[in-house]
Design a protein around this ligand. Structure first.
Ligand SMILES: NC(=O)c1ccc[n+]([C@@H]2O[C@H](COP(=O)([O-])OP(=O)(O)OC[C@H]3O[C@@H](n4cnc5c(N)ncnc54)[C@H](OP(=O)(O)O)[C@@H]3O)[C@@H](O)[C@H]2O)c1
Length: 251
């Protein structure tokens, strides 16, 4: 099949003077998304727990001539989710774009999860997304504009051995994203959910150190799709993007 050479199909979004907030922006997918947004003109607030990693992302953003604000945040704490949005708004202004990317996983058979590990999967992967969205929406709804991008996973689309709570919470993220898209469409706010398969990051390192990464998706691939979603024309939307490396099985 001939690939299109129509370069107008790959025009990036103009995000000049837009304010974005990215959770989990210290490394991996979140870092790539934050820098990609800044490369299109956005000023970006960065949330995660490790200040040194956030500072590295921030320095790349300021080198692009955009503003970056570092907000060390543990998104498993509801009060910190509230503080993250408040701090971002005070420093940069009301958000136009929220990317709920922070997430984590511990893999083992389902019967081995302790109570606090089940709570952890809920708090980091699902509740953080719901709370950050709620707080950001308080600023988006009155202005009748905004885009929320939630980073779910292929693990929310199909079962993987030893990923029980992670699969379940990512499926919940997909479901909540679609309810949000439904409820927010009449308020001028878009919601997208991206479900990547394996991406070559520290998370993959931690859970699959033995695997050969040849041909895996890179964080920039997910960032490119975020830009593509933000470049969609007003009359259409894409609810869900399912991504995999070319040689992986379709979901
Ligand atoms: N890598 C994959 O194969 C893959 C595939 C599908 C979906 N995903 C999803 O993509 C997202 C990003 O994953 P990644 O692969 O880029 O992982 P990563 O390299 O481990 O990065 C995760 C980011 O989230 C932050 N984070 C983790 N726990 C946090 C917490 N409690 N509070 C605030 N920030 C927290 C981390 O910073 P701190 O540790 O400093 O807090 C880091 O900046 C996750 O939602 C993940 O589930 C990943």
């Amino acid at each position: 099949m001939t690939k299109t050479t129509n370069s107008s199909l790959r025009t990036g979004p103009d995000l000049m003077a837009r304010i974005a907030l990215v959770t989990g922006a210290g490394r991996g997918i979140g870092r790539a998304i934050a820098i990609a947004l800044a490369s299109c003109g956005a000023d970006v607030a960065l949330g995660a727990r490790t200040p040194s990693e956030l500072e590295q992302t921030a320095s790349e953003i300021t080198a692009l001539g955009r503003r970056a604000v570092v907000v060390p945040t543990d998104v498993t704490d509801p009060a910190e989710c509230v503080r993250l949005i408040d701090t971002a708004v005070s420093a940069l202004g009301p958000p136009d774009i929220l990317v709920n990317n922070a997430g984590a996983a511990r893999f083992k058979p389902v019967w081995d999860y302790a109570d606090d590990e089940l709570d952890f999967h809920y708090a980091v992967n699902f509740r953080s997304m719901a709370l950050c969205s709620r707080e950001a929406l308080a600023h988006m709804l009155p202005r009748r504009r905004g885009t929320i991008v939630n980073i779910a996973s292929s693990s929310g689309k199909k079962p993987y051995r030893h990923q029980g709570p992670y699969c379940a919470m990512k499926a919940a993220v997909i479901s909540l994203s679609k309810v949000m898209a439904l409820e927010l469409r009449e308020h001028g706010i878009r919601v997208h959910v991206i479900c990547p398969g394996a991406v070559d990051t520290a998370m993959a390192d931690a859970v699959h150190p033995e695997r050969d990464r040849t041909g895996w998706m890179q964080p920039r691939d997910i960032a490119q799709v975020v830009l593509d979603l933000l470049a969609l024309p007003d009359h259409l939307t894409v609810d869900e993007v399912v991504m995999r490396r070319y040689l992986a099985e379709p979901m």
